[in-house]
Design a protein around this ligand. Sequence first.
Ligand SMILES: Nc1nc2c(ncn2[C@@H]2O[C@H](COP(=O)(O)OP(=O)(O)O)[C@@H](O)[C@H]2O)c(=O)[nH]1
Ligand SMILES: [Mg+2]
Length: 444
Amino acid sequence: MFDNLSNKLDRAFKTLKGQGSITEINVATTIKEVRRALVDADVNYKVAKTVTDNIKEKALGRDVLIAVSPGQLMVKIMHEELTELMGGEKQDINLKGDPAIILISGLQGSGKTTFTGKLANYIKKQGRSVMVAACDVYRPAAINQLQVLAEQVGVEAYTELENKNPVQIALNAIEHAKKTHKKVVIIDTAGRLAVDEAMMKEIAEIKKAVNPTETLFVVDSMTGQDAVNTAKTFNERINFDGVVLTKLDGDSRGGAALSIRAVVEKPIKFISTGEKMEALDLFYPDRMAQRILGMGDVISLVERAQQAFDEDEAKRINKKIRKNQFNFDDFLTQLEQIKKMGDIKDLVGMIPGVGKALKDVEIDENAFKPIEAIIKSMTPEERENPDIISGSRRARIAKGSGTDVTQVNNLMKQFNDMRKMMRSMNKMAGKRGGLGNLANMMKR
Ligand SMILES: Nc1nc2c(ncn2[C@@H]2O[C@H](COP(=O)(O)OP(=O)(O)O)[C@@H](O)[C@H]2O)c(=O)[nH]1
Ligand SMILES: [Mg+2]
């Protein structure tokens, strides 16, 4: 998602790269390109204009620090503006009430029933008892679909096959939830292919009858500008509390995410990125802005790295690197830590600047296996002191690890290159840790 927009913004900022200062003229060119990129990504024209006007004002008012280039400063300002545009702070769902009642609204096919299942799963994982209610009475298949999803995530689905009155079913469902001590009830409703009066009347009636804790509007992000218009109509009629953006895994141009908040002034609360029940995320405006700008999901990267990395271990390794004592034991420890950090491709994609370069490169996680086998076939002495690994030792190691001499030679060469690099970095008094080195190795 957003690849297209990221690329265009990247190009727009290039204009400013290499320039010594921010001036009226170079900002004007960049701003024009940024505005066009936003409009091309389905961002509402008025919204794009407001955003770019704000950026321009901020950019011209700010002194360029010696440490950052005008291009970097523009990205920073743009990041602030996009975050603000998408609502600033993350907004959680309100689950107060006994039970809390969540009403789901939106057009047919937007992903309401799928989201109902996902939200039930999400709430259940927080340890709350939850129930879903099927109030789409027009298509028998819709009831069945919700039953299947509910079963999949292990929650109860309330259905009434004979009853054709969605308001009544919703009220009965809430009664049932109270009797069975559920803390949350999620009400799935029927949609139409386009906004029509009968649907609006029905959802408004359900809302009035059940007095929900939270009314969510589900919208397909692939529908571009239409998504914004539909959101506006629904909001005028039922005054919803939050938006759920679905299908962000598709080739959505992302404009909906950028303009809905600004147009209806209601927060986006969740994003849905696939058909699986786990494919649901809270919406973080700042992280989304980072993704759009191709800065990489730095925050997530740092969080995951912090979880996996043992700080004392990292300090120990850095010390060894500085003393030119980095050996195969340390190498192995680093590999273990990287593996702990989870899916490697995911992770590498989050590193700013690396994500794009490596986007199309296949990173084979199994590639680590022979490396580990080779290192584990070395004697402690060899690992500690890699320079003693002669030709005959290499043959023995190859045999012991089930690899061949070429693979051992390759690893030795990479390892030696890495040590050389560390040495020259030490000379430059660089203090970069081992992760950067490994990232470099993977690029080859
Ligand atoms: N790729 C993708 N498909 C989705 C997502 N959410 C829903 N769908 C699919 O979109 C279709 C319509 O979803 P459904 O929940 O039945 O929509 P409803 O009519 O609003 O209840 C189904 O085929 C879903 O599997 C999503 O986030 N990503
Ligand atoms: Mg449905």
